[in-house]
Design a protein around this ligand. Structure first.
Ligand code: FAD
Ligand code: NAD
Length: 402
């Protein structure tokens, strides 16, 4: 009998952890493993706000997949998944096709515009390394145009960010670091550049306690970030966001939408039943009715039985799911019972620039300031360790001094 073929789609957090664990748990005689990813590199999705602001370079946030996955053990295919044909157990790629016995779908997120008029056409998204790089380059271009006199419209120096969740707040935190440097570089007074965060809810970062949120707001405001809370964006034009009932235009030369994420559109194209753009999975991370398909990370909708709500899409969740998926595939191959996923909450930290942050760690301990910023770097390095081991931490780890 030929050995089973396991195909993993996506080399993000969930896909890399699954693949690396599979190589540890199954010998080459037991299973063939294939990893398919759009590019030959992995990027740290959790660092994209830094790439988008320009506080780190795109290369700092990415590394070659072959550095952390042994190509002699895992067949690496760099191609774009178009569709999953479940009936024929076949993946349609842009340039070829691949069959599978066991499938892991870990294709990550895309930005959700919720159908807001003009958003797709006029706003930038923090979605992958290229879309993030474009934002940093666009911001600098606005500064260069203004400084050279080619563009005299001061509104074009404004950076407007729609959405005050984690991504929006971490992004304005990075902007508060880079804008003074760009002002110096292009001889532009700092007070000519506005960084405006626009949030529909009465407050930003609703997942944190009021005192941590108020600390974050004060810290960012002191660095020149303006907040418009309770301001729902109804449209995005070339000039900026339209908010509120009186249709006020908040103008900016750089308009970035960080209003939410959803699952990869490949899921819908492949005929999976969707819940808010994601696929509902059972506690063993399989799709109900599909014995051999696991869906992980930001593509999955997994209920937290304790809260009765789905788990938030995070890198922390994706890496933990990867371990369970590998264990459960091994169990399926060996005819053993599968394990239900159990989430281990390590806490949450949001950065507010390079040396500041807020967080809840160790089941309820609140941290803020430099200790939170340091903890965020520890978390980032721990994630690198989980997806690539100690060698990757040494190569890409965040050892920036305060
Ligand atoms: P991803 O890590 O996004 O990986 C998906 C992979 O699939 C990528 O390699 C992509 O190139 C590939 N791919 C996509 N489409 C195709 C295709 N059609 N064909 C082939 N390959 C494809 N979470 C935290 O826990 N902590 C944080 O601090 C944190 N910070 C964040 C900061 C930002 C700016 C953002 C946007 C998110 C952050 N998150 C954080 C959330 C976290 O990044 C995601 O939950 C996590 O990346 C999901 O992991 P994943 O493996 O599902 O997908
Ligand atoms: P999100 O859904 O968490 O936040 C989006 C924000 O946009 C919300 O506050 C929402 O009220 C606002 N919004 C939506 N529609 C709006 C409108 N029309 N006008 C104005 N505001 C509007 O999305 P995110 O921040 O991109 O985060 C996505 C996921 O990634 C989350 O699960 C988050 O936990 C995770 N993440 C985690 C970290 C971290 O742990 N440090 C960092 C970034 C992202």
């Amino acid at each position: 009998m030929s050995k089973p073929k396991i195909v993993v789609l996506g080399a993000g957090y969930a896909g890399l952890v699954t693949t690396r664990h599979l190589t540890k748990k199954l010998s080459a005689e037991e299973a063939e493993i294939v990893l398919i990813n759009k590019h030959n590199y992995h990027y740290e999705s959790t660092w994209l706000h830094e790439v988008a602001a320009g506080t780190i370079t795109p290369n700092q946030a990415r590394f070659m997949i072959s550095d952390v996955v042994n190509p002699n053990r895992v067949r690496l295919i760099y191609d774009t998944v178009q569709e999953i044909n479940k009936e024929e157990q076949r993946i349609v790629l842009e340039n070829s096709e691949v069959t599978y016995d066991y499938l892991v779908v870990a294709l990550g997120f895309v930005t959700n515009t919720f159908g807001i008029k003009g958003m797709e056409e006029n706003a930038f998204f923090i979605q992958d390394i290229d879309s993030a790089r474009l934002i940093a380059e666009h911001i600098e271009y606005q500064f260069a145009k203004y400084s050279s006199g080619e563009d005299t419209n001061e509104d074009n120096l404004n950076i407007v960010v729609g959405g005050g969740g984690f991504t929006g707040i971490e992004f304005v935190g990075e902007l508060s670091e880079i804008v003074p440097k760009l002002c110096k570089k292009y001889d532009i007074p700092r007070n000519k550049v506005r960084i405006i965060n626009v949030e529909a809810a009465p407050s930003v970062l609703p997942m944190f306690d009021k005192d941590l949120v108020s600390y974050a707001l004060q810290s960012l405001e002191a660095r020149g970030v303006e907040f418009r809370m309770g301001a729902a964006i109804s449209e995005c034009t070339e000039e900026g966001f339209i908010v509120g009932e009186d249709k006020e235009l908040i103008k900016g030369g750089t308009v970035v939408w960080t209003g939410g994420v959803t699952g990869n559109p490949v899921l819908g194209k492949s005929g999976f039943e969707l819940f808010r753009g994601k696929v509902n999975v059972d506690a063993d991370l399989r799709v109900p009715g599909e014995e051999n398909i696991f869906i992980l990370g930001d593509c999955s909708w997994l209920m937290n039985k304790e809260t009765g709500r789905p788990y938030a899409p995070t890198g922390q969740l994706a890496t933990q799911e990867g371990v369970y998926a590998a264990d459960n595939i091994k169990a399926l191959i060996h005819g053993e019972p599968l394990k239900d996923f159990v989430y281990s909450d390590k806490g949450t930290v949001a950065s507010l620039g390079i040396t500041d942050g807020i967080g809840n760690i160790f089941s309820g301990t609140k941290i803020k300031g430099k200790s939170a910023a340091a903890m965020k770097k520890v978390v980032d390095d721990r994630t690198l360790f989980l997806i690539g081991g100690a060698k990757l931490v040494l190569k890409k780890g965040k050892f920036r001094p305060f």
